[in-house]
Each structure stands twice: as structure tokens, then as C-alpha cells.
Ligand binder design. Structure first.
Ligand code: AQP
Length: 332
């Protein structure tokens, strides 16, 4: 049965392999299965950390181009920018009035951001409430996310349930999260979570020479070419596995060479440089078509405008219906 799906990504920088493996690949699978998708650019969310207006505007546009390049189809999927649907901010307020502060105190992503040196503004602290509004506004049933976001979907369910209970009305549908098969939090080039704002990402659209250089800079231990290595603790291997899949011949073969370097053809052993070269070739292979499509999309801003206008019209109509029901339940 067709379900209503919603997910979004912050325009806090260039999309990366973590966003692709955790979220975008799921959008494409769900679109292919015939579900109704709402996919947005989380521009209000980005304001919790971004202070450069030109960069923010460019990133909003770039994410839409990239969504389309990856294969999202505006004929089947509603694509929009969050600030074109201002109804979500009213909904966020209504939700915040039933949300205990203890729920926000528990949010791991807030603590992570503070640990990385971001300032503790109220928007960042209450960002799971705005995220709940994004999800509840079009009455989404399923939210495809990476592992790092599962807690936020639980918070959405909690807030929606409280609202329904406290106002004794079935206003909100409680959504379920959906994880990518074999989901894991993808490491960046420094081994930490790959994250737009941590400067440790791999961009699948990067120009070939720069992409190769980036991959060669992934941090590894210093084991030599003749030494057996543990693939499970290596960021290069984990990225290959996430991208190709654990059962793929390329993943299985690579793992075998980590454990037994003599399996590398040529008999000179297997080093991290070989693994990085394998990852580079895999990225070019997986993203061949999106990379080719992207240039044409970049050259057609009129098309991007039209896609966003159509997507926002549908999202606004849905959000207005939900806000009206929520207002009525509260007595406003
Ligand atoms: N490293 C990752 N591994 C797996 N999934 C990931 N996602 C992000 N990083 C990884 C998934 O991508 C989707 C979009 O995330 P977001 O932009 O809304 O927020 P985020 O999780 O905070 O992403 P970033 O890249 O880390 O952005 P910044 O640096 O701005 O915080 C989500 O589904 C997320 O799970």
C-alpha cells in the first residue's frame, strides 16, 4: 500500500556520502516503490548554525539540483524549500506548548553540536520541535533517516501523542522512522561522523582529481602493505561497504584483502592506498549518471524554480489543513 513519506536535509553545506547512504538512497527506493514523497530543504533548520546569507541561498539551490541529479522525480515527488511553507513555524509553536523541556535536554544531536563548538541558541535547542512540525504538517506516516536521526523521530511521536492526548483530539498521525538496510553512521575522512558542518565529508559530485585527493586523505592507521588489517575499524572499508552493500563482490573481496594482503594481485601486498583507489573507482561507478545529469540541471534555473513552486503549493495546502485542525483542537 502506498504510504506518505517525508524527509529533509539541511542546506548547511554540500551533500555528502553520509547523506546519500543514510537518506537519499532511501528516497530513491521509496519513490521507485510508488510511495508519495515530500522531500524538502530544511532551510529554517540551517539557520540554527549558518550566518552567511549568500552561502545559505546557494546551498538551498544546490541541494535541490542534487536531489534531481540523484534521481528524485518532481512528477512523482513533492520537492520544496522549508521556508516556502511557513505554516510549519505556527505548528512548531503549537507543539512546543505541549513539549516538556526534558525531551529537548535528551537530544543527542544538540549535545554533539555544542561539543563541536556551535553556540547554544534556542533554535538549535528546540530544533526537534520544528522537525516534528515538518513531519506532522503533511501527516507523513514514514520518515526515512540515517541512524543519527532516529531519536528525533521518537521525539516527534512523543510530542504528537501528547498533543492528541492533552487536547483529546486525533489531530496528528504518529510517524515511524525508516532506516536504510544495513544502516550505519558513515565516518568522514577523520573517522568521526561524516557531517556537512564538520569539514570531513566526501562529495560524490566533486571533480575527479580533487575527489581522488580527498579520498587519499582519509585517516587510517599506519599498518604496512604486508600486515593483516581489520576492515571493521577502517573508515575506507566502512564507506565502501555502505555504498556497495555488504554482500557485493567488491565489498567481500576488499575485506578478504584487508585480512590477507597476499590476495592482492601482483604479490606485493595490500595497503590502504589500494583500498582508497577501490573506493574512488566505486564512487565514480555508482554516481556516473547523477554526475552527468547535474551539469544540465545547474544550467536550467527556470526548471528548479518551477519544481519548487509546484512542490511548495502541495506542501502548503497539506500544512494548512493540519494547522487548522490543530488550532481547532486547542480552541484558538
Ligand atoms: N554520516 C552520516 N551517516 C549516515 N546518515 C547520515 N545523515 C547525515 N549524516 C550521516 C543523514 O542525512 C540526512 C540529512 O541530515 P541533515 O542535514 O538534516 O542533518 P544531519 O544529520 O545533521 O546531517 P549533517 O550532514 O551532519 O549536517 P550538519 O553538519 O549540518 O549537522 C539525515 O537523515 C541524516 O540521518
Amino acid at each position: 500500500m502506498s504510504k506518505r513519506i517525508l524527509s529533509g536535509i539541511q542546506p548547511s553545506g554540500q551533500l555528502h556520502l553520509g547523506n546519500y547512504c543514510g537518506a537519499i538512497r532511501q528516497f530513491l527506493d521509496l519513490q521507485a516503490e510508488g510511495h508519495e514523497l515530500f522531500v524538502f530543504v530544511a532551510s529554517y533548520h540551517a539557520l540554527t548554525t549558518q550566518r552567511d546569507p549568500l552561502a545559505l541561498r546557494a546551498a538551498c539551490r544546490q541541494i535541490v539540483v542534487d536531489y534531481l541529479a540523484f534521481g528524485l522525480d518532481p512528477a512523482r515527488t513533492h520537492i520544496y524549500v522549508q521556508h516556502d511553507v511557513p505554516e510549519v513555524t505556527e505548528l512548531a509553536w503549537l507543539l512546543s506548548c505541549v513539549c516538556p523541556t526534558s525531551l529537548m535536554d535528551k537530544a543527542v544531536s544538540y549535545k554533539d553540536k555544542l561539543a563541536k563548538g556551535f553556540s547554544a541558541n534556542v533554535g538549535l535547542y528546540t530544533y526537534p520541535i520544528l522537525q516534528a512540525a515538518d513531519i506532522l504538517a503533511p501527516r507523513a506516516q514514514v520518515v526515512p533517516v540515517g541512524k543519527d536521526q532516529v531519536q528525533h523521530i521518537e521525539i516527534t511521536r512523543d510530542i504528537a501523542g501528547r498533543f492528541n492526548h492533552e487536547f483529546n483530539a486525533e489531530v496528528f498521525v504518529l510517524p515511524d522512522h525508516r532506516l536504510a538496510p544495513h544502516a550505519e553512521v558513515l565516518p568522514g575522512i577523520d573517522g568521526e561522523k561524516m557531517s556537512k558542518s564538520y569539514g570531513n565529508t566526501i562529495d560524490p559530485f566533486q571533480e575527479e582529481k580533487a575527489l581522488r585527493k580527498r579520498i587519499m586523505s582519509i585517516k587510517t592507521d599506519s599498518k604496512g602493505v604486508q600486515e593483516a588489517k581489520d576492515p571493521e575499524t577502517c573508515a575506507v572499508f566502512r564507506i565502501v561497504r555502505a555504498l556497495a552493500g555488504p554482500g557485493d563482490a567488491r565489498t567481500v573481496e576488499l575485506a578478504a584483502r584487508y585480512r590477507d594482503p597476499s590476495l592482492q594481485p601482483g604479490g606485493l601486498g595490500f595497503g590502504y592506498g589500494h583500498a582508497k583507489q577501490a573506493l574512488f573507482e566505486l564512487i565514480l561507478d555508482v554516481f556516473r549518471e547523477p554526475r552527468a545529469r547535474r551539469a544540465a540541471l545547474m544550467a536550467d534555473p527556470g526548471h528548479i524554480e518551477a519544481v519548487l513552486k509546484a512542490g511548495a503549493a502541495v506542501a502548503r495546502a497539506e500544512a494548512a489543513r493540519t494547522v487548522a485542525a490543530a488550532r481547532a483542537a486547542t480552541g484558538l
